[in-house]
Design a protein around this ligand. Structure first.
Ligand code: SAM
Length: 215
C-alpha cells in the first residue's frame, strides 16, 4: 500500500484537535490560537514530523506549525502528538501554494524547508519549494529579520535554490555543502527523517539560510 493511501487518514485528520482546520480563518490570529506571544516557526513539507516535533520539544517558547500536503504522512505526526501533547505545535494539511492565505504579512519568524521534493523536470520547476514563485509567497508572510532555512542532499536542487535566491535578491547568510562536518552550522542541528536516511547512505547534506530583500 502506498503511504499516501492509508484508509481513513482524512477522517482522522478532520477530527484531530492538533490539526488547524479552515486554516485561512487563522490568518493574522496565530498568537491567539496558541494563547501566547511567542514567535511562530513554520515547516513546509514536514513529512512525519520528526524534525518539527524535536524543535518543539527543545524550544518550548516558540510556536511551531507543520504543513504537509498528504494526509497519510501527516497522520504519523498526529499519532506521535497524541502521545506527547506538545502544547506549542499545530499541523495543517494543505498545499503550501496557499501559504500567503494562511499567514498574514510579518506573521512568520522562521521557515524550514527540509529535503523538499526536487521536481526534476524543468516544466515542474515552479513546484519546487525554493522556486522564485514560492520565494515570492514567503516574502508576503515573513517578519523583519526572519530566516528561511533549507536542507537537502540534492546538489542540483541546492544550486537551483541559490540561483533563485540570487534572482530574487535575497540575502544568503549561511551556506554549507557538508552540514554534518561544519563546526558552526552543525551545532544544534536537528536531523529529519530523510536526513538520517540519506546521510546513512554517505550523502553529504547541504544547508543554507537566507532572508528576503529589505528584511
Ligand atoms: N521534511 C521531511 C524530511 O526531511 O524528512 C520530509 C521530506 S519529503 C521528501 C517532502 C515532503 O514534503 C513530503 O511529505 C511531501 O508530501 C511534502 N510536500 C511537498 N510539496 C509540498 C507542498 N507544496 N505543500 C505541502 N507539503 C509538501
Amino acid at each position: 500500500m502506498r503511504l499516501r493511501n492509508i484508509a481513513g487518514a482524512r477522517e482522522v485528520i478532520a477530527e484531530s484537535p492538533f490539526v488547524v482546520h479552515e486554516e485561512e480563518t487563522q490568518r493574522g490570529k496565530w498568537k491567539q490560537l496558541f494563547g501566547n506571544d511567542a514567535p511562530l516557526y513554520v515547516e513546509i513539507g514536514m513529512g512525519k514530523g520528526q524534525f518539527l516535533m524535536e524543535q518543539a520539544r527543545r524550544n518550548p517558547h516558540i510556536n511551531f506549525v507543520g504543513i504537509e500536503k498528504y494526509s497519510s504522512v501527516l497522520l504519523r505526526a498526529l499519532q506521535k502528538q497524541e502521545e506527547e501533547l506538545l502544547p506549542n505545535i499545530k499541523f495543517i494539511r494543505m498545499d503550501a501554494e496557499r501559504i500567503a492565505e494562511v499567514f498574514a504579512p510579518g506573521e512568520v519568524q522562521h521557515l524550514f524547508l527540509n529535503f523538499s521534493d526536487p521536481w526534476p523536470k524543468e516544466r515542474n520547476a515552479k513546484r519546487r519549494l525554493m522556486s522564485h514563485q514560492f520565494l515570492g509567497r514567503y516574502e508576503h508572510i515573513l517578519a523583519d529579520s526572519a530566516l528561511v532555512e533549507f536542507k537537502t542532499d540534492n546538489r542540483s536542487l541546492f544550486s537551483f535554490a541559490l540561483e533563485e535566491l540570487a534572482a530574487m535578491k535575497w540575502e544568503v547568510s549561511a551556506v554549507t555543502y557538508d552540514l554534518h562536518h561544519d563546526p558552526q552550522l552543525s551545532q544544534n542541528n536537528v536531523m529529519t527523517e530523510y536526513e538520517e536516511r540519506f546521510s546513512m547512505r554517505g550523502n553529504t547534506i547541504c544547508m543554507l539560510r537566507a532572508c528576503p530583500p529589505g528584511v
